[in-house]
Design a protein around this ligand. Sequence first.
Ligand SMILES: NC(=O)c1ccc[n+]([C@@H]2O[C@H](COP(=O)([O-])OP(=O)(O)OC[C@H]3O[C@@H](n4cnc5c(N)ncnc54)[C@H](O)[C@@H]3O)[C@@H](O)[C@H]2O)c1
Length: 341
Amino acid sequence: MRVLLTGHLGYLGTVMSPILQAAGHDVIGLDTGLYAASVLGPVPVDPPALPIDLRDVTAADLQGFDAVVHLAALSNDPLGALDPELTYAINHRASVALAEAAKEAGVGRFLYASTCSVYGAAGDGLVGEEAPLAPVTPYAESKVWAERDILAMTDSDFAPTALRNATAFGFSPRLRADIVLNNLVGHALLGGEILVLSDGTPWRPLVHAADIADSFAAVLAAPVDNVAGRALNVGDERNNVRVSEIAEEVARAVPGAGVRITGEAGADPRSYRVDFSALREALPGFACRRSVADGARELVAAYREFGLDRAGFENTFVRLRTLQARQDTGELTEDLRPAQP
Ligand SMILES: NC(=O)c1ccc[n+]([C@@H]2O[C@H](COP(=O)([O-])OP(=O)(O)OC[C@H]3O[C@@H](n4cnc5c(N)ncnc54)[C@H](O)[C@@H]3O)[C@@H](O)[C@H]2O)c1
């Protein structure tokens, strides 16, 4: 298939491009490169791309594509809190406009990167796709509204799927140190201590970045009736873990590092355990394969090999810090467009 991959210069996109290419797809990216220079290790080979802001895409840009895989977004809660209106503009309105443009251009499939954080404060029971949505941040709200409006466009010619990804972990050349496992491994290696700011009790479903990429490739290959118009949780029940267990797994991967649970961040309302059986039923033969322990070992090896340092850990690989730094130097405008020279 000829696939437009938005967000191809992000953490997940940089892992997903080669996986979609290896599956035989002709991948064209679309990304304004907010973090394109935030690379740990060798610089990746990126696919060719359309240099267009998500907010400016028209149906004419999407002619000739068989599928759109839509990752581009302001990708976490702190970014959403920075400017809720900008989060709604990019994550909700521009995402819906992209799907409308794709439908108008005759693109058959649309894979939307949603998140398990749409479930918000779900408690201890397992939540499936039919569970009530209880987003607790502007980021999660923007994802709920985008998937609602995009899935409503389903018809016999247009097959959107919302993939509700668990929180990702694992190495990507465009690393993120602001997601929980990647963050705790950094604390362990650089400070000898695995610092947990919550009380450690919240449940978090985790999934390896490469398993997310594999699941998107599997959705593209699936019979359209299995996936059209559906929301699917992406992950595996074995990786439904408490934050304290994640910390213990990191301690096993970094001998000598101790766990310190401070609780200083107060109660964390984001707690949910997720049921991933619908994904396995929709994609026979597919399963997320990588464990939290696998990810911790992989990250330790990569951080050591590529020399992750404190500046990288605290700034370069923290999405919010990178955006603020690029706004401070005048490279990016307030609404996150490249400043005109
Ligand atoms: N990483 C996770 O744990 C996780 C979990 C669930 C869902 N997701 C979703 O997956 C997607 C990718 O996440 P990620 O971790 O790779 O995030 P990321 O921040 O690393 O990448 C997002 C990419 O989108 C691009 N982008 C942002 N606004 C844009 C715009 N207006 N025009 C063009 N490009 C723009 C950025 O330049 C960046 O390369 C996001 O939609 C995110 O919400 C991620």
